[in-house]
Design a protein around this ligand. Structure first.
Ligand code: PAF
Length: 278
């Protein structure tokens, strides 16, 4: 496994590599969910292709300074996990090598990012789109694998690729969960044991509420279950159209019930699909 830390090193390394290049963009703190993405990347790249993992905690997608400062950065164990998972190339740049101090271009998506995490975290998806486009260009990847847990991120990236004719195939992998239902996330490591024990209620709340047929009741049921813990604070809870991500008032089309919940200063997101009612 080769590790490179600058765009120039990455470019030089890529000149020796033929075959399909598949990128798994991450911010590190790798967990089993990321390793599933790597496994899929290997399948898509084939034995002669290159599986690349980028590890970069992207400062421009954080809306809260404390979240950026406390984001876990276990680089050594991340590299060991990449090695064990058969990654060919890790790109782990620092902030200086990714961004010019006077950078003045940002990629903005204006529709799909207007709700949910986009509304709760101003500028977040500008930061995501900008770094993802840069990672695509630097890695010259043919395909990139993303987890469906960040379903709004996935929708925004697909839209960027479509609207800007970016020649990268976007591949998704379903949310990977702990046995108790909690969606795997790098942020889970920052939960206290009391918060960790309570956190499966988020998924439980969404699953049970999604069985109802009326949007008002769906939202109320999910809110009730999440707020019946004194440890939670809802950042948002919303039922949105599965395609446009705009709030819905009926279930004539497939929808998504999505939430972001704070445990202390740790913010967890999750969502479930809600089928259209006949
Ligand atoms: O999902 C993430 O880990 C990040 O948002 C991404 C896609 C690596 C961009 O920084």
């Amino acid at each position: 496994m080769k590790i490179v830390t600058t765009g120039d090193e990455l470019k030089a390394e890529l000149t020796h590599r033929a075959g399909r290049r598949v990128l798994v963009p991450t911010m590190g703190a790798l967990h089993h969910g990321h390793l599933q993405l790597v496994k899929l990347a290997r399948e898509k790249a084939g034995p002669d292709g290159t599986v690349m993992v980028s590890i970069f905690v992207n400062p421009i997608q954080f809306d809260r300074a404390t979240d950026l400062e406390t984001y876990p950065r276990p680089m050594e164990s991340d590299l060991a996990k990449c090695m064990a998972a058969g990654v060919d190339l890790v790109f782990a740049p620092d902030v200086k090598s990714m961004y010019f101090p006077d950078r003045s271009i940002t990629v903005t998506e204006n529709l799909l990012s207007s709700n949910l995490c986009g509304a709760a975290r101003p500028g977040h998806f500008d930061g995501v789109c900008t770094v993802v486009l840069k990672l695509f260009l630097l890695s010259r990847c043919d395909a990139a694998v993303f987890g469906e847990k960040d379903f709004q991120q996935l929708a925004v990236i697909r839209r960027m690729v479509r609207d800007l004719d970016v020649p990268v195939e976007i591949i998704e992998w379903p949310t990977v969960r702990e046995p108790d239902g909690l969606a795997m996330s790098s942020r889970n490591t920052r939960l206290t044991s009391a918060h960790r024990a309570d956190a499966p209620r988020i998924h439980r709340a969404l699953v049970v509420a999604a069985m109802l047929e009326n949007p008002v009741e769906i939202i109320a049921a999910a809110r009730h279950e999440i707020e019946s813990s004194p440890l939670t604070k809802i950042d948002y809870l919303s039922l949105v159209d599965a395609e446009t991500l705009q709030p819905v008032t009926d279930l004539s089309r497939p929808a998504v019930l999505a939430t972001a919940v704070f445990y202390g200063d740790v913010r967890l997101i999750d969502h479930v699909s809600v089928p259209a009612c006949a």
